[in-house]
Design a protein around this ligand. Structure first.
Ligand SMILES: *Cc1c(COP(=O)(O)O)cnc(C)c1O
Length: 389
């Protein structure tokens, strides 16, 4: 029997705080009325500092993937040369979307578990003397491998190359400092259900002036995700299509909580959560899948030892109310993924780690029971001074 209350330690969706959930029960409002207009304008302006942009942030009624598709559909034309820099499943996803829109996609390969090498990217772009590459696809935080790219370094590597830079920051936005405008990024995509800790259903998309100019000329077909239309409506405080109003209420409440805690404290909390989980799993003899210095602070990816049945471990945890994640695609059965985001306390994390240790031990992996929890407790106590991310 599953417990009645489940805590999500997923890389999204995450455990949502009570006030955020309750916000969804508010009576609906007219999405063409004055209150909605004020709400939308407030939210766009409150999200700007999180994105590090002065541009409008549009809300799309979609999951993160809808935001990725919107970016591609509006900017990529058949035959455009696109440089994809995937470091895992989600990087491959946006590359596939670009292919589907007819782009000539070149892949800059990176070994999984690592982030994009700044020098390799700079070198590839230097070789593009005729500026044939029209767009560069980056993933801020690769959820499938627990990897965070060094976005500032990658921005430096791109330098003055004229390609438009499209960034999937779905699981990164809000979790680390981000400076879209200073770093010269053209389209940045986020979603409600990751570090913002709201329910799923909204994608957020910010677009640079350069990218708007290109969108006016792009011939690719699009309708629901026509960002020109989204922009026209944003100007009058509306969305082109009926938006998921309850999710908008929830997201605004989540932004209240985010602002009250403060961005720096949120970043530090997630980093310390990740660090404590690292300490715990290494103390019981497991290895991280991500390689330093690319550890993500929103999702921790851990090698599953050969003799251990990952799905059995996950089931045991789930039965006790702790929902963790496994690997995707070729990493299925090979790794565990533990999310650090959402409304979870240190005690929740310690309890989850105790259950996880136990579950791994039950699979016949020799564990000094309690060692993981103890290491995590010490990490929390030591705070961020000891963290080398
Ligand atoms: C979660 C996620 C997405 C989008 O997933 P949806 O299920 O469509 O919301 C895209 N990219 C990354 C990096 C993600 O973590």
């Amino acid at each position: 029997m599953a417990s009645t209350k489940q805590l999500l330690f997923l890389p999204g969706p995450v455990t949502v705080a009570e006030p955020v959930l309750t916000a969804m029960t508010r009576p609906l409002i007219d999405h063409r009325g004055p209150e909605f207009k004020r709400t939308l304008e407030r939210m766009s302006s409150r999200m700007r500092p999180i994105f590090g942009t002065r541009h409008e942030i549009m809300l799309l009624g979609a999951s993160g993937t809808g935001g990725l598709e919107a970016a591609i559909a509006n900017l990529v034309e058949p035959g455009d040369k696109v440089l994809a820099c995937p470091v895992g499943v989600f990087g491959n996803r946006i590359a596939s979307i670009a292919k589907m829109w007819g782009a000539d996609v070149e892949v800059l390969d990176t070994k999984w578990g690592r982030g994009v090498d700044q020098r390799a990217l700079a070198e590839r772009l230097r070789a593009d003397t005729n500026c044939e590459i029209k767009a560069i696809l980056l993933t801020h935080n690769e959820t499938s491998t627990g990897v965070a790219n060094e976005m500032h370094a990658l921005a430096t590597a791109i330098g003055k190359h004229p390609a438009l830079v499209i960034v999937d920051s779905v699981s990164g936005m809000g979790a680390t400092p981000f400076m879209m405008d200073d770093w010269g990024f053209d389209v940045v995509i986020a979603a409600s259900q990751k570090a913002f800790a709201a329910p799923p259903g909204l994608a957020m998309v910010a677009v640079s002036d350069r990218a708007w100019e290109k969108m006016e000329k792009t011939r690719s077909s699009r309708f629901y995700f026509d960002l020109r239309r989204a922009r026209e409506f944003a100007k009058i405080g509306q969305t082109p299509w009926t938006p998921p109003i309850p999710i908008i209420f929830a997201l605004e409440r989540a932004i209240d909580l985010y602002e009250r805690e403060g961005d720096k404290k949120v970043h530090a909390r997630l980093t310390l959560n990740a660090h404590a989980i690292h300490a715990a799993v290494t103390a019981i003899g497991l290895r991280l899948y991500s390689q330093p210095p690319y550890h993500s602070n929103t999702v921790v990816a851990i090698h599953c030892p050969d003799r251990v049945d990952a799905s059995a471990v996950l089931q045991t945890c789930r039965d006790q109310g702790y929902v963790l994640s496994g690997g995707q695609q070729q990493l299925k059965g090979k790794i565990f993924r533990i999310g650090t985001m959402g409304d979870i306390t240190r005690d929740n994390i310690l309890a989850m780690l105790g259950v996880f240790e136990d579950a791994v031990e039950r699979q016949g992996f020799a564990v000094d029971l309690g060692a993981g929890v103890q290491a995590a407790r010490e990490a929390f106590k030591a705070g961020l001074h000891s963290v080398a991310f």
